[in-house]
Design a binder for this molecule. Structure first.
Ligand SMILES: [Zn+2]
Length: 82
C-alpha cells in the first residue's frame, strides 16, 4: 500500500483505509483529503452554500431538480451528496 499524505493538513499514513474515506473516482480508491479535513471542507462548503444544501435535499426526492442545479458541486465533495 502506497504512503498517502493529505495535502490539506499534511498528515500521512501508509494505510489509507484508516485515515481516508473511500472515493471510487480517485486513482488509488481513496479521497484526496483525510476524513477529518473532508469533514471540515464539507462543513465550510455547506456554510458557504446553504441554498445548495436545501436544493440537494430536494434533489434527493426529485431527480429533475438535480439536473437543473446550476452550481456544480466540487468533485471531491460529490460523494456526500449523490
Ligand atoms: Zn487532512
Amino acid at each position: 500500500m502506497a504512503y498517502k499524505i493529505c495535502p490539506r493538513c499534511g498528515r500521512g499514513t501508509d494505510d489509507p483505509a484508516t485515515m481516508f474515506g473511500r472515493n471510487k473516482r480517485e486513482k488509488d480508491g481513496y479521497s484526496t483529503y483525510c476524513s477529518t479535513c473532508k469533514r471540515e471542507i464539507n462543513r465550510a462548503w455547506a456554510a458557504a452554500h446553504p441554498e445548495k444544501i436545501k436544493l440537494k435535499s430536494l434533489a434527493r426526492s426529485d431527480a429533475s431538480l438535480r439536473v437543473r442545479a446550476k452550481t456544480p458541486i466540487p468533485a471531491d465533495l460529490q460523494d456526500m451528496f449523490l
